[in-house]
Each structure stands twice: as structure tokens, then as C-alpha cells.
Design a protein around this ligand. Structure first.
Ligand code: SF4
Ligand code: FES
Length: 248
């Protein structure tokens, strides 16, 4: 395949960026999108041009690092996959592909396609954990029976990889889908109920302080989420938040 890539280039968060055009030839349809980007960068380096910076780590859909906005969609045109799991066979020979970073005020550009998503880490630190006594007397997890329905829902919520596609897809740059997944995975389990009130209040407070927008129930986040995180988690978080506010 021969393709034309239009890629956002920006040296850092303090300077303006712009789209640059790069032709690329002999791309195999079996390549992953990131392998195609590797080939592009090898070509740029051989010509003395600064390679395109982009985030990646696991390249198997579990770390959430590969944040690219491809042809107007977070993680590109495929569904339930991350950019590293996207294959070039999803594109046509001769196509022009537009590649941008995940855009949100709370995700400042580090360079080119790499953005700073440490706002998500700070939200997690605010309450996305369970405190466990590791004194040696820790109860066996299996000693607490958990309803299968709740266990499944908690597991589904826990599959969120913190990629930020939900924020990038939302016209308000809302982080509600991410935060609600992290709240839900604990709210559904007995182990998470002990700290539930503080957790939801602190995580929502941190989310607001980071500058994410409000949720207006557009649903774009759910469509673009590579892990199929459901909007029902947002409804659950709102119930948790209301209950915690009334207690507090
Ligand atoms: S909810 Fe989905 S899109 Fe948002 S961070 Fe988690 S995995 Fe990514
Ligand atoms: S590189 Fe880890 S999810 Fe894509």
C-alpha cells in the first residue's frame, strides 16, 4: 500500500503545532499501525528529519499508552481495539490518513503525538485503590462470597486501561467514563465498600481540579472505548456520588 500521512508536529506544549505531510510506500496490510509508524520514522531518521514522537509500550492492548487520533477517531476506525492492535488492512491503498494527538486541556502535548496523561494518575491516587492490612492476618479473598453478576460487572469495569480515548472522543473532554470505571470496579465489591464514600468524593474532586469537562450524555466515549466500558458505569458513579454527598 502507498499512503499519505498527515501528522501533527509540535515541539512542546508551549509552541504552536501544525500538520505535516509524509508519503509512505510499500506498507504491508498486515502491519500494525505502530509498525507502519516505525517504518515512517526509520525513513525520516535516514533523511535527517526528526522522527515523530508517539507513546507506546506493550503493543498488545493492555497498557493504554498508544494515544493517537486517527482520521478523526481515537484509536482509529476499528472497534474495541487500541492503536497498537489496529492493522493497516483497515485502510485503502492510496488513502490519506490524518494522525493527531489526543486533544484535551487536561492532556497537554509533550511532543507531536505524545500527550501528558498524568492527570489520570492523580485521579487514581485520590482514591482508586483499596487499603489492605498486610500484617499477615489478611483474610483469604475467597472467604467473602460475591454475587456473580457483581463480580462480572466489577471485572468489566476493571478492564479500563486508562488510555484516555474517552476524553479525546468527548466534545467536552470529559473523563467521566474513565473515573466511573475506576469507581465502579470497587463500588461493586465488598472489599471496596469500606472506603467508598471518600473514594468517589475525592476522585470526582480531583477530576474537576484537573480541568476535564462535564458529561452531557453524548455517548461518544462508549463508542470509542477500546475496552467497551459501558455508560452504565457513569450512572453508577453518579448514584455513588449522590449517596456520598448526602452522607458527608
Ligand atoms: S474508559 Fe475506555 S477509553 Fe476511557 S480510559 Fe478506560 S479504556 Fe480508555
Ligand atoms: S501500546 Fe499498550 S495498549 Fe497500545
Amino acid at each position: 500500500m502507498n499512503l499519505t500521512l498527515k501528522i501533527w508536529r509540535q515541539a512542546n506544549a508551549n509552541v504552536k503545532g501544525k500538520m505535516e505531510t509524509y508519503p509512505i510506500e510499500n506498507v504491508s496490510p498486515d502491519m500494525s499501525f505502530l509498525e507502519m509508524m516505525d517504518v515512517l520514522n526509520e525513513g525520516l531518521i535516514s533523511k535527517g528529519i526528526d522522527p515523530v514522537a508517539f507513546d507506546h509500550d506493550c503493543r498488545e492492548g493492555i497498557c493504554g499508552m498508544c494515544s493517537m487520533f486517527i482520521n478523526g477517531e481515537a484509536h482509529g476506525p476499528d472497534r474495541l481495539v487500541t492503536t497498537c492492535q489496529l492493522h493497516m488492512r483497515k485502510f485503502k491503498d492510496g488513502e490519506t490518513i490524518t494522525i493527531e494527538p489526543f486533544r484535551a486541556n487536561a492532556f497537554p502535548v509533550i511532543k507531536d503525538l505524545a500527550v501528558d496523561r498524568s492527570a489520570f494518575d492523580r485521579i487514581q491516587h485520590a482514591g482508586g485503590f483499596v487499603s489492605v492490612n498486610t500484617s499477615g492476618n489478611t483474610q483469604d479473598a475467597n472467604a467473602i462470597p460475591i454475587d456473580k453478576h457483581d463480580a462480572d460487572k466489577a471485572f468489566d469495569a476493571a478492564t479500563c486501561i486508562g488510555c484516555g480515548a474517552c476524553v479525546a472522543s468527548c466534545k467536552n473532554a470529559s473523563a467521566m467514563l474513565f473515573v466511573s470505571a475506576k469507581v465502579s470496579q470497587y463500588a461493586l465489591l465488598p472489599q471496596g465498600k469500606v472506603e467508598a464514600t471518600d473514594r468517589v468524593l475525592n476522585m470526582v474532586k480531583q477530576m474537576d481540579e484537573e480541568g476535564f469537562g462535564n458529561c452531557t450524555n453524548t455517548g461518544a466515549c462508549e463508542v470509542e472505548c477500546p475496552k467497551g466500558i459501558s455508560l452504565e458505569n457513569i450512572a453508577r458513579m453518579n448514584r455513588e456520588y449522590l449517596g456520598a454527598s448526602l452522607k458527608g
